[in-house]
Design a protein around this ligand. Structure first.
Ligand SMILES: Nc1ncnc2c1ncn2[C@@H]1O[C@H](COP(=O)(O)OP(=O)(O)OP(=O)(O)O)[C@@H](O)[C@H]1O
Ligand SMILES: [Mg+2]
Length: 449
């Protein structure tokens, strides 16, 4: 009977191992994870029913199907009581066994899926949208909770893509100002000349083209938070004006004669080394100390790989339509070991793209265009990616977005360098980036877009 069943399943494409007794079977089960166990009840030594209990303790996810003699109601009942998935009565048709095994496999897959979901939930430790499990991130969580309610300036530092903007939002939305506006502005995206009026507003006739007066972002952020992104790129002239605003807590619109009091929390961020910028005379020391009241440094993702699984899960949930997709363990292992030069942003882009291009809901390492770790200069999977994009009939715009992301990844997020490679000007690159950012945060106005 055992040999007959073994060859039946082998013919169906299963890989089969045989055991001649319960003890033999338990030994194998202890060191190998089988998808399903099919066993007789009457065997030399321990019975199949005794074996089920032991087996369930060893491998709670492995379904066991027992074979009982026809008409033996007792052993059918005790099989189920012992925790068997099902029983089949002898004699049986091959199709009946195959069908029962299929159902057992389906159920196992379902249980594993549930377990995976539960784990994903348990594993997620987060503060609002901010995810992290590493000591470094937990310290940042604690810091945010401590400072969210006061108005001291915050200076966020960290490489491109480490999550400075998420941290800024989290501070805002956990504080007393949560119901007031959070206004982000990217200091590099706007030419120096316009930045001043963007920040402080202008009066009518202040300069050619100023046909009406306009409120600045400081006023728009009244009572809330102004997020000055890429502060390290702000010119010296504007730096001194900003310093004055921080000292006096009032602004003067361009061309105006009257100052207006402002109540705004400033969170500034940069991926530059401001100490270095100060030494080289590109950043005012007094402004630095005004901003650096509460410094928060976010380490690069490669220094906190413990955060990668939870981030990867979150990005999968975010970008999977109907939350159908999942990373299989091999894919998870691969992303956790990857050095992520572009930090969380790169991880998110890689996952978004993998989901858009994947043929199945299970994402494996082969779906992740991570390329060869030793040769980063080679655009990973380029040809495959294009072919796959064509197969999915993706619109050009989306393919362009992916390409832009890829170049940004290769340049470590350096937008000037990336724009040069892409043959578009820097402003076009910012516009594209901001259009995508707006899709992510439609409720906010993105300055300078
Ligand atoms: N800890 C985190 N939890 C959740 N999402 C994160 C986290 N870190 C980064 N992200 C996500 O990664 C992406 C990049 O993050 P963010 O824009 O905050 O980086 P950044 O440090 O401001 O980068 P840059 O210096 O290039 O502006 C965003 O989509 C953000 O939501
Ligand atoms: Mg940013």
């Amino acid at each position: 009977m055992r040999q007959m069943l073994a060859s039946l399943f082998q013919k169906e494409g299963f890989s089969v191992e045989e055991a001649a007794s319960a003890d033999d079977a338990l030994e194998r089960v202890a060191d190998q994870d089988f998808d399903v166990v099919l066993s007789d009840i009457k065997m030399p030594g321990r019975s199949g029913i005794e074996m089920v209990g032991e087996l369930r303790r060893l491998r709670p996810n492995t379904p066991v199907i027992l074979m009982t003699a026809f008409g033996s109601i007792d052993s059918a009942v005790s099989s189920m009581r012992a925790g068997a998935f099902d029983y089949i009565t002898k004699p049986f048709e091959p199709d009946a066994v195959l069908l029962t095994v299929d159902r057992a496999l389906e159920r196992r897959a379902l249980e594993e899926e549930n377990q995976r979901l539960r784990q994903a939930v348990d594993r997620t430790s987060a503060l609002g949208d901010l995810i992290g499990e590493s000591t470094a991130m937990r310290e940042i969580f604690a810091m945010i909770k401590k400072i969210a309610h006061n108005r001291s300036s915050v200076l966020l530092t960290g490489e491109s893509g480490t999550g400075k903007e998420v941290v800024a939002r989290t501070i805002h939305y956990h504080g007393a100002r949560a119901d007031r506006p959070f206004v982000p502005i990217n200091c590099t995206a706007i030419p120096e000349g316009l930045l001043e009026s963007e920040l402080f507003g202008h009066v009518r006739g202040a300069f050619t083209g100023a046909v009406t007066s306009k409120r600045g972002l400081f006023e728009k952020a009244a009572g809330g938070t102004l997020f000055l992104d890429e502060i390290g790129d702000m010119g010296l002239g504007l730096q001194s004006k900003l310093l004055r605003v921080l000292q006096d807590r009032e602004i003067r619109p361009v061309g105006g004669t009257q100052s207006v009091a402002v109540d705004v929390r400033i969170i500034a961020a940069t991926n530059r080394d401001l100490e270095q910028e100060m030494r080289e005379g590109r950043f005012r020391e007094d402004l630095f100390y005004r901003l650096n009241v509460i410094p928060i440094h976010i380490p690069p993702l490669r220094e906190r790989p413990e955060d990668i699984p939870a981030l990867a899960d979150a990005f999968v949930r975010k970008h999977s339509e109907g939350m159908r997709h999942w990373l299989n363990p091999a894919a998870m292992k691969r992303v956790t070991a990857y050095p992520w030069k572009g930090n969380a942003r790169e991880l998110e882009n890689v996952i978004e793209r993998a989901l858009a291009l994947a043929d199945s809901e299970e994402i494996g390492p082969e779906d992740l265009p991570l390329g060869d770790l030793r040769d980063d200069a080679q655009a990973p999977g380029g040809d495959d990616l294009l072919r796959s994009a064509a197969r999915r009939r993706l619109p050009l715009r989306q393919v362009e977005d992916y390409y832009i992301d890829e170049i940004l990844r290769l340049t470590g997020g350096n937008k000037v360098h990336a724009a040069r490679i892409l043959g578009i000007d820097r402003k076009t690159l910012y516009r594209r980036a901001e259009r995508r950012a707006r899709q992510a945060h439609p409720e906010e106005e993105v300055a300078g877009a």
